[in-house]
Design a protein around this ligand. Structure first.
Ligand code: PBG
Length: 334
């Protein structure tokens, strides 16, 4: 291209012109440093009682509460699209103070795992381990008054993890933020013969305002108080490194940061300072914000989706849990 109006130096001479590498789509593609592919994406799915149920979550367009038969169909469709992994969250028939549905052999998630692995064996099934969807008070553990007990809760989390493995789960992902649970779950899985089942630790999980839509989807809003006695203060960075270091020492195979976009500094530092795969959870609020703005005509949905995922990957997360996994895969088909 001849820019006849160039007025830099003599005859438009400028040694460094970064725009040279942006001139055509082919050159831009050649120098692109990060790419979005489906292998690292995990689609969250919500499983509920009943049959034939496919109920859209109000604050999360294109996300559904699915009965077991429907979650099988969804898994089949996802795998066909190239999404090779799902993470399951359960909406139990009934809840109690001890969250027994979380570790029942015939619990809703345990049934979903068995059904998916039987009908769609190629699907990698990750399970979220926490009590909050199963307790009638909505907290992530056993309560003594308003205090969440750590060690007795960990015992129940170990039971939940083993029950998921018994049902056929491929990867266990504890999201509760109790101290010492990774080590306890690792020992529990090993003692039950599941040496080869990896643990994705939600090692760095912040007490975030961005979980609101998830709590609507999973019916897990705490009946009083909040989660600040176990989830991390958004102000803290050094503490994130400590949490990650402890979980790795306890045997975590993959560490996850959650939410994703507001915490790219944490993702990047963990990528630079550890040698395990880093995962990030683009949470319900991040998803809902993009959809809401797009519905108002304020953002381009697919553009904002791809940019957010690409930037999370650029920061160092090779694995992303995202409600956009299916949409991204559908877009790649076109
Ligand atoms: C369970 C759990 C939560 C999320 C994932 N696992 C809810 C919470 O901590 O309140 C949130 C996921 C999302 O917002 O998409 N503890």
């Amino acid at each position: 291209m001849n820019d006849t109006t160039a007025s830099i130096g003599t005859a438009g001479h400028l040694t460094n012109r970064p725009r040279r590498l942006r001139r055509t789509a082919a050159i831009r593609g050649m120098v692109r440093e990060t790419r979005l592919e489906l292998d690292g994406l995990i689609q969250p799915l919500f499983v509920c009682p009943g049959t034939g149920i496919r109920a859209e979550v109000g604050s999360m367009p294109e996300v559904y509460q699915l009965s077991v038969d429907q979650i099988v169909e969804e898994s089949r469709e996802l795998l066909g699209l190239g999404v090779k992994s799902v993470i399951l969250f359960g909406i139990p028939e009934s809840k109690d103070a001890e969250g027994t549905g979380a570790y029942a052999d015939d619990g809703i998630v345990q049934r979903a795992i068995r059904a998916i692995k039987a009908a769609v064996p190629g699907m990698t099934v990750v399970t979220d381990v926490c009590l909050c969807e199963y307790t009638d008070h909505g907290h992530c553990g056993l309560l003594d008054g308003e205090h969440i007990l750590n060690d007795p809760t960990v015992d129940l989390l170990v039971r939940a993890a083993i029950s998921h493995a018994d049902a056929g789960a491929d990867i266990i992902a504890p999201s509760d933020m109790m101290d010492g649970r990774i080590g306890a779950i690792r020992r529990g899985l090993d003692a039950a013969g599941y040496h080869d089942i990896p643990i994705i630790s939600y090692a760095v999980k912040y007490a975030s305002s961005f979980y609101g839509p998830f709590r609507e989807a999973a019916g897990s809003t705490p009946s009083f108080g909040d989660r600040r006695s176990h989830q991390m203060d958004p102000a803290n960075f050094r503490e994130a490194l400590r949490e990650a270091r402890l979980d790795l020492a306890e045997g975590a195979d993959i560490i996850m940061v959650k939410p994703a976009l507001p915490y790219l500094d944490v993702i990047k530092t963990l990528y630079d300072t550890t040698d395990v795969p880093i995962a990030a959870y683009q949470v319900s609020g991040e998803y809902a914000m993009i959809h809401a703005a797009a519905r108002n005509g304020w953002l381009d949905l697919d553009g904002a989706m791809k940019e957010s995922l690409l930037c999370i990957r650029r920061a160092g997360a090779s694995i992303i849990v995202t409600y956009f996994a299916k949409r991204l895969a559908q877009g790649m088909r076109k």
